[in-house]
Ligand binder design. Structure first.
Ligand code: GDP
Length: 423
């Protein structure tokens, strides 16, 4: 079998705008459903005397995923002629925003759903903003329920204009805006015969035109240390390569201790090793273990990189934070921060300004309320290895924890803050 490409997508948008219906349709219309699934659910609805909903398909796939029945137990996926797609979070999942900001959901592309009968809502704006903040640049907007507005071009055009204006004000150019009816199957995988006035691609056509993420392969190496396992005298340093490539013999620097050593061996798991034994090179996305040629002190939270291109080390940095906490983020308060595999405590030194993501009004206050975005300066008591978000999306973002709750997600901008190692 040839290797298939995989693109990870998120489906976002206001509640009830038709995300689950769209997912059910995507599965069905691309022929990705397991044999007999569609019929089984239709029958189940008849037996219970309730109308069939496309969303039930997604629920059923979701349930199987949770029970680990499907082949790919981690995620639900569908396929087109071009490639495979993974939907990385269930639409409507209550932890959805949290998963997005924690990076549990690392999306390559997004479908943003807007109900044509309701138009652009607060959530449509907020989700658009969040996608932008998190660096998801490939966005298809599906204007759904076109059947409910008589497939009228003027209704679509008005929503398209309004939403494009919002997105462009935050610096986003949506790749496509597609009029669809998820319920009727118009412009999902099959071209609609009810909207002759539209000549752009279907939702599936839009997705197929998106690029695979390759950038992180070509970026400098970042290997955040997850764990250090001790076997007799050997130490195996385990983690996931977030960007770049690593070879046996490479000289690595571990930040923030700045100790160096060479890679003696690489072990990849969980895949069993093949006949050739272990690889000499591994790259972004792989979970690996390495041994070093010297015993140096390494601990969870360190970031390994190449000498010529290490992360920044700093105690102070500027960040843009999307706040979800019940209690506002406040100047002077200290939060727990998770960045890659590191835990730290950071204090809010400055709140430079606050942005409302729905109307983009900005203000200067000492608090960032829920659903607002704050431009802040954070200070840690110890040196932290990190990257500017534009240089590395994986080590350039973090999560803040208030008490036991994930309360915010942020991206790092170093503007005006020097790398303290170089001072
Ligand atoms: P979600 O909360 O965004 O996942 O929305 P759902 O997929 O659960 O859909 C919400 C409601 O809208 C359900 O009653 C659907 O049947 C209905 N709906 C979804 N898509 C369409 C559509 O294309 N046309 C019409 N008329 N109704 C739809």
């Amino acid at each position: 079998a040839s290797l298939r490409q995989l693109l990870r997508i998120v489906i976002v948008g206001h509640v009830d705008h038709g995300k689950s219906t769209l997912v059910g349709r995507l599965f069905h219309d691309t022929g990705s459903l397991p044999e007999g699934k569609f019929e089984a659910i239709k029958k189940m609805c008849e037996r219970r005397g309730m109308p069939f909903e496309w969303a039930f398909l997604m629920d059923a796939m979701q349930a199987e995923r949770d029970q680990g029945i499907t082949i790919d137990t981690a995620q639900i996926w569908f396929k087109t002629e071009k490639r495979d797609y993974t939907i990385i979070d269930a639409p409507g999942h209550k932890e959805f925003l949290k998963n997005m900001i924690t990076g549990a959901a690392q999306a390559d592309a997004a479908v943003l759903v807007i109900d044509a009968t309701e138009g652009v809502q607060e959530q449509s704006r907020r989700h658009g903003y969040l996608l932008h903040l998190l660096g998801v640049r490939q966005i298809a907007v599906a204007v759904n329920k076109m059947d409910a507005v008589g497939y009228r071009e003027d209704v679509f055009a008005e929503i398209e204009t309004e939403y494009r204006a919002y997105l462009s004000s935050i610096g986003v150019t949506p790749t496509y805006v597609v009029p669809v009816s998820a319920r009727e199957g118009d412009n999902i995988a099959n071209r609609s015969t009810s909207m002759d006035w539209y000549d752009g691609p279907t939702v599936v056509g839009s997705l197929d035109s998106f690029q695979l993420p390759t950038a992180h392969l070509d970026r400098p190496l970042r290997l955040p240390v997850q764990d250090v396992y001790k076997f007799d005298t050997r130490r195996i340093i385990a983690g996931r390569i977030e960007s770049g490539r690593l070879h046996v013999g490479d000289e690595l620097i571990f930040s923030p201790s700045n100790k160096t050593a060479r890679v003696k061996s690489i072990e990849v798991w969980p895949e069993p090793s093949n006949a050739d034994g272990q690889p000499n090179t591994v790259s972004a996305g792989q979970c690996i273990g390495i041994t070093l040629d010297e015993q140096i002190f390494v601990e969870r939270g360190d970031i390994a990189s190449h000498l010529k291109n290490p992360p920044v080390e700093t105690e102070v940095f500027r960040a843009r934070i999307f706040w979800l906490g019940r209690n506002a983020l406040e100047k002077g308060k200290t939060y727990k921060m998770k960045l890659a595999t590191a835990d730290a405590r950071v204090t809010v030194q400055e709140i430079e300004h606050v942005l409302d993501t729905t109307d983009l009004s900005s203000s200067t206050t000492t608090k960032v309320e829920r659903n607002q975005v704050g431009e802040v300066v954070l200070r840690s008591r110890r040196l932290l290895p990190l990257d500017e978000h534009t240089r590395n999306g994986r080590t350039g973002r973090f999560v803040l924890i208030d008490g036991y709750d994930i309360a915010g997600g942020g991206i790092i901008s170093m503007e005006g803050y020097a790398d303290q190692r170089q001072l």
